[in-house]
Write a protein that binds this ligand. Structure first.
Ligand code: 13P
Length: 338
């Protein structure tokens, strides 16, 4: 498959991406929250349970892995990328080295990891990865994000995307405007608009083939501490409007991050977006927390009962799969008997 075909497959209707690329530091937090020790064995056991779930075949188009996981072997002897491929899903790899303080800014972040990326991509391809991810983060406050933060992150995202395509892989371009804060939904719209416009400006400068990319943005949401709450209808309308305004038509689709929304909120909002989608873009998910939270809790309670964990994960994957086709509803959600 060439990169354009891979990108299309990643955002195909009915399916979405499982973001299981938490760094060891983030996994430490996740496992601590359910009182499980963050050992290599435990990280692998939980992830293997997800990657061998029945829903992988029909609901998960791709899995984003962390460097450690890409190199691990499943209990049946298959390498983790092979295990993922066996269900028809595509293995991917997070290649950024995290967001660090941007020197000269008001505590804003710049994502690092461009050094030696060409050589790393070559190795990742050999290990079986066919797409990559790089996440930039932007916080909202009265002064942030600054022009400096928006421009430097867009530049890094574009250089990353060009290197990934050189290695014949699809770059997921992930500019995440964070939910933290008390900003309004309109402020989120305005900031996301500026961020996306600059990203596509830089991607064009770096001659990135947009047909071989996937955008992974935030939905347009009010800040977590904003007093004025928004309905799913409003979130969907503003998200769609913002993306229509800023995305070039060549991009095959969007795979949203969940960003701290609850599992149900993320599913419901994606469903609403697809209900009113009047574009040629496919809108799907690339959720981390919103796909794994309940499964993680179940696993922590009964670590040996893998089937139970998989049932919980399968339900979330199916619900999100349904929402990519605007087929999700409360009744379907309730259909799950744990
Ligand atoms: P969340 O869906 O938990 O935001 O994670 C998605 C992701 O990959 C963040 O980079």
């Amino acid at each position: 498959m060439n990169i354009e075909e891979i990108a299309k497959k990643m955002v195909a209707k009915g399916k979405g991406i499982l973001a299981a690329d938490e760094s060891t530091g983030t996994m430490e937090k996740r496992l601590k929250s359910v009182n499980v020790a963050c050992t290599e064995k435990n990280r692998l056991q939980f992830r293997e349970a997800l990657f061998s779930s029945p829903s992988m075949k029909n609901c998960i188009s791709g899995v984003i892995l962390f460097d450690e996981t890409l190199r691990q072997t499943a209990s049946n002897g298959l390498s983790i990328p092979e295990l993922i491929k066996k269900s028809g899903s595509i293995p991917g790899i997070k290649v950024d080295k995290g967001a660090k303080i941007l020197s000269g800014s008001n505590k804003e972040k710049i994502t690092e990891g461009l050094d030696s990326l060409r050589e790393r991509m070559e190795e990742y391809y050999k290990l079986g990865a066919r797409f990559a991810k790089w996440r930039a983060v932007y916080s909202i406050s009265s002064k942030n994000p600054s022009e400096q933060c928006i421009k430097s992150n867009a530049h890094a995202l574009a250089r990353y995307a060009a290197l990934v395509q050189e290695a014949k892989m699809v770059p997921i371009v992930e500019p995440e405007v964070l939910m933290d804060g008390d900003h309004t939904i309109d402020k989120c719209y305005e900031v996301t608009s500026r961020v996306l416009a600059e990203c596509y400006n830089e991607l064009a400068i770096h001659n990135v083939n947009l047909k071989g990319t996937v955008l992974k943005p935030n939905m347009i949401l009010p800040g977590t501490n904003c007093k004025q709450k928004s309905s799913s209808e409003e979130i969907a309308k503003k998200t769609l409007e913002c993306l229509k305004k800023n995305m070039p038509s060549e991009v095959p689709g969007v795979a949203f991050l969940s960003g701290g929304q609850s599992e149900i909120e993320a599913t419901k909002n994606l469903n609403e977006i697809n209900k009113i989608n009047d574009t040629s873009f496919n809108f799907t998910f690339s959720f981390g927390r919103a796909l794994q939270q309940s499964a993680l809790k179940t696993w922590a309670k009964s670590m040996s009962e893998i089937t139970k964990v998989q049932k919980v994960f399968d339900h979330r994957a199916k619900m999100n799969g349904a929402s990519t086709e605007a087929k999700w509803n409360e009744k379907l959600e309730q259909s799950f008997a744990a």
